[in-house]
Each structure stands twice: as C-alpha cells, then as structure tokens.
Design a protein around this ligand. Structure first.
Ligand code: OSB
Ligand code: MG
Length: 375
C-alpha cells in the first residue's frame, strides 16, 4: 500500500453537556481528523485525541497539527505498508521524534485504517482481536451537587452501563462516592482523579478503601510512578494508571516498582495501535487487568477504540460509551449504540470510511489543510 495524500481537518463537535474534571471543563470535542488516501483508492481515517488546552497532557490540537504537518506525515507518507508487521513498525519510524503521542497516533491509526480498507480486512482482525462483544462503563464528570449526581448515576445505571466511573477532585470526592455507594451497594464503581492529589493526601485516600471501589485512577502527578508505588503500598484499593503510562517501557517500570495494579490504555495517549499492542501484550503476560479508556472521541476514534477492545487482554469494562452519551450528532452513521444494555458489538468493519458521514464531517470542520505526498 502506497499513500497518495494525507489531509488534516480540525473539527469541533458540541458536547450535549459540559464534561467537568479536576483539570477543567470541556464543552465541545475539538480534534483533528486525519484522512489518508492510497494510490489504489483506499481511504483511512484517524482521530487525534488532543484537546484545546494542555490540561490532560502537554498536547493541544495546535501542537498536534504542527507535528503532523511538519514532521510525522512527511516521515511516513513515502513508505510502503504491505503487512501487519509494517503497520506495527510505524512507531519505530517515529521513535526518534520525542513524545507528541496523540499526534503520532492520529496518523498511525489512519494508516492502519487505510490498510484495513484497502485489504478489506476488519481492523479488529488486523490487531488480533477475537471478541465480538465488549462491556462498557460510563465516565461521569464532576456534578454541581449530590442530588444531580445521584439522578445522573441512576439514569446511566438504568441504561445498563457495566460500571460507573466518577471524576473526583479535592472537595468532591469521598462524600459523592459514599453517597453513590449507599444508593448502589453492589455496582462496580471507581474514581478518576486526573492527578488531583499528592502523597501527603495518603490518609484521606486510605479512607476510600471503605467504599469497595474497583480502583482509583491516576490519583497523583501525571508524570509520576514513584509516589504512586508508595501510595499503592498503603492502599487496599488498586491504583489504575492513565496519564503516567505513555509507552510499554513506562508500563514495565510502573509494574516493576508496584505503581499500579490496573492499566487504562488509551491508544492516543501511547502513540497508536503499535504501542497499544505492545502494552496489551505486556499486561497479558503479567496478568495485569486492563481496560480501554476514552477521550470523548467522535465516532471515528470511538470505532477504533471498540476494535482495539476486541483483544483478549481488555479484562475490564472500558470508557467507550455509545455516541449518544456525548453528541446530538456524531461524525459517523449509524452511530455507536448498545447491542444490548452495557454491551457494544465489535463490528467487522474494514476501516471506518464506510461509516463516516461526509456532510456532517464538513459541517463540523473548522479548519482544513491538504498535505500532498512528495512521491
Ligand atoms: O482521564 O480518562 C480520563 C476524558 C477526557 C480526558 C481524560 C479522561 C476522560 C474521561 C472520559 O474519563 C472518557 C470518555 O467517556 O471518553
Ligand atoms: Mg483518566
């Protein structure tokens, strides 16, 4: 497979309701859609999961745009991709460029997607996925008060979500979790702090052990594993790392020192499917539970997350909720919906192109650039 052209477009999809975390408020999913066109007419899409501001990580849509246009697309566009191994090795061609994983993932995943399209093979199959159904949970943002929170949780539970994750921050943590636990004694429940605490909060965090949480996600700094290891030694509740794991090497070190017992794998955060597979395989070998996280993706990134989750190492429900949880209109049709309550189907999709709604893609585009291959 040879790439004929790559284009970038910035999209802005309004969210049905603002998503509030310990790091800020997002009222729209603004991202970059990468489109790869192949010489034989194949078409592939990738979604960059960076946000508008460098709050979850250092990347933004503007930095990703620069990295893609000036470095990553030029580095990848003139190679031939003729096997799954060639796709898995894309990460090696970008390895000398430091970090900027979300930008790397966007073009890498678009090339996998184009390969799926051109070879008429489902992405899940290319990745080695075997499952045809996956359970999913809901990630609920910080709520204005406890009444609204309980109403929201009740609504999502009634829809059948397989577990509830609550965003927390100092001042909105133990009490809301306790109230949810009281109303839903047996429900799988977890908290995501997005780095809102530090090691001196250990006494406060130890109290959460009484709530029977599945895990606490990323309690400490985004770039830390040392303090997480110290904290994990003090807690009965498993720590799950999100922000701190950006590569299979990060994971090796985190597991070696006991910084987490569970991993949230986001393909954008780690630089694409190739690195995600390396992390998946390492978790599986080590018997570490893993699940697929989300970044409020449009249907394009969402279908990719669903395909990845078909792999056997995803042992816990992920954050890949149906499109309607986020958007009035998605960029794909039909949207991602429940097969039955709490469960998504892994459809045998040979790339996402057949699902992309071109009119809507146009409608939500706020900036376009065409990058033509030098070949
Ligand atoms: O930390 O997992 C996170 C959304 C944006 C940025 C970071 C995170 C999240 C979520 C939402 O938790 C997951 C989703 O529903 O896509
Ligand atoms: Mg998280």
């Amino acid at each position: 497979m040879q790439i004929a052209s790559v284009s970038l477009q910035r999209v802005r999809l309004p969210l049905k309701e603002p998503f509030v975390t310990s790091f800020g408020i997002e009222d729209a999913r603004e991202g970059i859609i990468v489109t790869v066109r192949t010489v034989r007419g194949g078409i592939g899409y990738g979604e960059c999961v960076a946000s508008m501001e460098p709050l979850y990580s250092e990347e933004t849509n503007a930095t990703a745009w620069h990295m893609l246009r000036d470095f990553f697309i030029p580095a990848l566009q003139s190679h031939a991709y003729n096997s799954v191994q060639d796709l898995r090795d894309i990460r090696l061609k970008l390895a000398h460029f430091k970090r900027n994983k979300m930008a790397k993932a966007a073009i890498e995943m678009a090339i996998w997607d184009a390969y799926a399209n051109e070879s008429a093979t489902p992405i899940a199959t290319l990745l080695g996925g075997t499952r045809t159904e996956i359970p999913v949970g809901i990630s609920i943002g910080i709520q204005p008060n406890l009444d609204t929170l309980i109403e929201r949780v009740g609504y999502y539970v009634s829809q059948g979500f397989a577990r509830v994750k609550l965003k927390v921050r100092p001042g909105f943590d133990f009490e809301p979790l306790r109230v949810i636990r009281e109303s839903f004694p047996d429900m799988p429940l977890m908290a995501d702090a997005n780095s809102a605490y530090c090691l001196k909060d250990v006494r406060h965090l130890k109290k959460w052990d009484a709530l029977n949480l599945m895990m606490i996600e990323q309690p400490l700094a985004h770039d830390d594993i040392m303090d997480h290891a110290k904290l994990q030694a003090e807690l009965a509740t498993p720590i799950c790392l999100d922000e701190s794991i950006n590569s299979a090497e990060d994971l090796r070190k985190a597991l070696e020192i006991g910084a987490c017992r569970i991993v949230n794998l986001k393909v954008g955060r780690v630089g694409g499917f190739g690195e995600a597979l390396a992390i998946h395989d390492r978790c599986r070998e080590a018997g570490v539970d893993m699940w697929c996280g989300g970044m409020l993706e449009s249907g394009i990134g969402r279908l990719h997350n669903v395909a990845l989750t078909a792999l056997p190492g995803f042992t816990l429900p992920g954050d890949t909720a149906p499109s309607a949880r986020y958007f009035e209109e998605d960029l794909i049709q039909p949207a991602v919906t429940f097969l039955r309550p709490g469960v998504l189907a892994v459809e045998p999709l040979s790339g996402v192109a057949s699902r992309v709604d071109q009119e809507r893609l146009e409608k939500y585009t706020i900036q376009v650039a065409e990058v033509v291959s030098a070949r």
